[in-house]
Every structure is written in structure tokens, then in C-alpha cells.
Design a binder for this molecule. Sequence first.
Ligand SMILES: *Cc1c(COP(=O)(O)O)cnc(C)c1O
Length: 226
Amino acid sequence: MSDIQNNLQIVREKISKACVRNKEQIRKADDVNLVAVSKKQPIERIHQMLDAGQRLYGENRVQEALERWSDLREQYPDLILHLIGPLQTNKVSDAVTMFDVIETVDRPKLVTVLVKEMKKQDRFVPCFVQVNTGEEAQKAGIAPHELSDFLKLCEDEGLSIIGLMCIPPVDEPAALHFAFLKKLADQHGLKELSMGMSGDFEKAVPLGATYIRVGTALFGERPTQQ
Ligand SMILES: *Cc1c(COP(=O)(O)O)cnc(C)c1O
């Protein structure tokens, strides 16, 4: 068994365990989708992950995703790609072509540009709204108190929002932010929740995550940039 296969198995076991509390099944493991975050990982590791059967991947940069996934997409027709990083409006066209889900809708201008491009390509990509649950100045995302108005705007413009995504502040308990995101999603009748990474996905699962974004725990450390 390769390291990658082994990691995949370990993460899957942890997901299953996180679905049980006091011997009671509180979630169905099948309801938790594992997004393998392949950003910056060497292509060999991605091939190993594909060999292990994983088909759902997350990338945080449009350009990097294009370079490595364009050919693989044709080879693996059942591949699903999520954009999990910030989207610049000049990359919207490529993003709509390339991704099956965009998790990082975070401003009105982007909504307008996405809707226009989706119509042009006749390709309607479901989206998440990224919520800045910690209201951090340097972090992307809609502030919680602006979420209602923003979702209304998405609806008016005709952008399909299926869920919410968050990246909690590093210095606060992640569980508080996961519970908050779940509450916001419930308030707005949204089904999908993208929350939890390598360090905290076991906390996100019992709190309702339907997508967890796991990189390092699956692929190993990302090589440091030159
Ligand atoms: C890199 C990244 C992840 C994965 O992080 P790990 O700690 O390696 O699991 C998840 N979500 C987003 C938005 C990321 O940029």
C-alpha cells in the first residue's frame, strides 16, 4: 500500500469515527464529502491519489488547476474539482470552464461577473458563499451580518448558492466557527457546509460539515515554495 493510500484510509477512518458520539451514530459518513486539497502538491502524489480512487479535489488557484488538471480531466471523466481559493474577476472565465463547484464567492462584483460568464458558456456551476466568520480584516468572505443581503443579491442575479464555506481564525477554537457557520446555513435554508481542514476536520464533521477540505493529512506536507 502506498503512503497516499494509507493516508486516505486513515482520514476515512477518522471521518467515520467523528460521525459517532457515545456509540450513537450522529452523522452518516457518506454525507461527508472529502475534498482532497492538491494545491502545490507534486504531480506524482496526485497520480497516486487518483490510483487510490479519490475523485474529488480542491485547488486554490485557477492557473495552477488549469496546468495540472486540464489533461487529467479528460482521462478521468468522473473527476470533480472545487475552487477553494480567492477568485479574481479576470480568472472567472477559466474558473467556470474548469471547476465543478466554486466555494469562494465573496463579493457582489464577482456575482455579476460569474453570472454573465456562466450564461455565456451555458455552464452553471453551483457555488458556496465564503463567510468571514471571524470578521478578520485580512481574510476574504462576507461578514456574517451582511450574509442575508448578499444571498438575496445572488438570488436576484440568478447565481445558484448551495452552501457556505469558512476558514476559521488560526488563534480561536475552530468548533465555535463551525457551529456558527452551521447556524447561518440553517437560518438561510442552505444544505451544504464546507468546513474543516487537516487539523480540525474531526471537529467539523459532528458539527455538520458536508465537505471537508483536507490537504496535508492526505498528501503529506506541501513542498515549500522557492
Ligand atoms: C490549503 C487549504 C486547505 C487544506 O489545508 P490542510 O491544512 O493542508 O489540510 C483547506 N482549505 C483551504 C481554503 C486551503 O487553502
